[in-house]
Design a protein around this ligand. Structure first.
Ligand SMILES: Cc1cc2nc3c(=O)[nH]c(=O)nc-3n(C[C@H](O)[C@H](O)[C@H](O)COP(=O)(O)OP(=O)(O)OC[C@H]3O[C@@H](n4cnc5c(N)ncnc54)[C@H](O)[C@@H]3O)c2cc1C
Length: 400
């Protein structure tokens, strides 16, 4: 097994680095460093820059705008994006519905949606979870009843979704709906695409613990959806959903992001040491904790590289995705705990960053410490909670 980069891979890394230095707008980079909330317009702007370079949807099949990159190139690209403080595109567009439509979409659906999805001319949201159907997703109850009448061949939707991220901005939703409840619960689920402007859809905000509003409840009251909007076959939506959830977890370890956060922690450590804030005993304790995190992060990185190497030879990558998800999200949360600990009371400050200030990353990061700590609680819940990932590891890897 070879874990070093080849000369070609190193050249590729330099090319990505140079592009990001040139193309990433300074204000977006600043917002990322300061952990400021990125609005829809920020994400759309950046994704369109990437798309113009051909790098917005790199893992899609080449005929739909992807890149024929090796797994190592994909890893390098992700890591360089994180190290440059580049925002990620909309995961709903890039990692979820795009790959699903490439694989299961009809020619008409591909024609209508794929290019617009890559460029975020359409902003998607994901309508999977319901009250009572999260980890046990197949228990979902929102119904889609097929009706043929003077208005055409339609499904009529009734029920509720919950936790629908970005539904308030979405043009379209992809979701799972029950078209038959007579068989096993995984059967009778249909994957549908729906225009969020359709009459009968109500979006209600959920305020989360970080004070933000990204999540929503979405209610359906006799919402009519044309049968042409089924992805795959009626009643076979569970297969489509499994494919989508696999893509969702890809890259979820976000090691580049954690490395970049560790370097910010190191900068903070230096500053607090230099200005005499930390006593020698506190310095020693902090140095120990940072070394521990660094070792774990390096181990995780090597694991990811091994998965990448195995994937290149056609083996074992999927089974390891759950391990990477669990450990990667634990590391992301550990970073937020350390910065909160270091920031102390200053971590509660809410003063906005002075945009006229220099490029020094620390102040904005300290001010955002508490909201950031709270917002990162979610990473061990969504994309399949870490407890569920541990069940998968127990079953598929350990045979328990
Ligand atoms: C911020 C945020 C954004 C989200 N965005 C979206 C979105 O855009 N679209 C969407 O469809 N969903 C979204 N979700 C929903 C997310 O997928 C679910 O929250 C998640 O699947 C867990 O489901 P649940 O909340 O119903 O918790 P439950 O399934 O009720 O689980 C509660 C707790 O019990 C544990 N648990 C459950 N079953 C088991 C088991 N068998 N063994 C061991 N432990 C178990 C879970 O790990 C969890 O800790 C989002 C969630 C959050 C928090």
């Amino acid at each position: 097994m070879k874990l070093d980069f080849t000369p070609e891979e190193t050249a590729f890394r330099d090319e990505v680095r140079a592009f990001l230095k040139e193309a990433l707008p300074g204000d977006l980079r600043r917002k990322m460093i300061d952990r400021e909330h990125l609005g829809k317009e920020d994400i759309v702007r950046w994704q369109r820059i990437l798309n113009a370079r051909g790098w917005a949807v790199t893992h899609w099949p080449v005929e739909y705008g992807g890149q024929a990159w090796t797994p190592a190139q994909r890893y390098i690209f992700q890591e360089e994006m994180a190290l440059a403080h580049a925002p990620e595109g909309s995961p709903f567009n890039v990692n979820m519905i795009g790959p699903v439509l490439c694989k299961f979409g009809t020619p008409a659906q591909k024609e209508k949606f794929l290019a617009a999805t890559a460029n975020i001319d359409i902003w998607w949201c994901q309508g999977f979870s319901e009250p009572g159907a999260g980890s046990d997703l197949a228990s979902l109850k929102t119904t889609a009843v097929r009706v043929k009448d003077s208005g055409g061949d339609h499904y009529v939707l009734n029920g509720q979704k919950i936790w629908t991220t970005q539904a308030q901005h979405a043009d379209w939703m992809f979701g799972l709906f029950r078209t038959d409840s007579s068989g096993r619960k995984q059967q009778g689920i249909t994957f549908l695409l729906l225009d969020m402007k359709t009459p009968g859809i109500t979006v209600r905000p959920i305020e989360t613990i970080d004070g933000g509003h990204d999540a929503n409840e979405v209610f359906f009251d006799d919402v009519r959806v044309p049968v042409d909007n089924v992805v795959g076959e009626e009643g076979k939506g569970w297969d489509v959903a499994k494919h989508l959830l696999g893509s969702e977890r890809s890259g979820i370890a976000r090691i580049g992001l954690s490395k970049e956060r560790l370097s910010q922690l190191r900068a903070l450590e230096r500053r607090l040491t230099d200005d005499g804030t930390l006593t020698p005993a506190e310095q020693a304790r902090l140095a120990h904790k940072l070394a521990e995190v660094e070792v774990e992060l390096r181990a995780l990185e090597l694991t990811q590289l091994r998965v990448v190497a195995a994937d290149a030879h056609g083996g074992g990558a999927n089974a390891a995705a759950s391990i990477l998800k669990v450990k990667g999200t634990e590391m992301q949360q550990r970073m937020t705990e350390l910065v909160l600990e270091l920031a102390g009371p200053a971590g509660l400050a809410t003063a906005p960053h002075d945009p006229a200030g220099g490029d020094d990353a620390e102040d904005g990061w300290v001010a955002a410490a508490a909201p950031f700590y709270f917002t990162m609680r979610k990473v061990s819940i969504f994309g399949g909670s870490n407890e569920i990932q541990k069940n998968i590891i127990a079953k598929t890897l350990l045979g328990l």
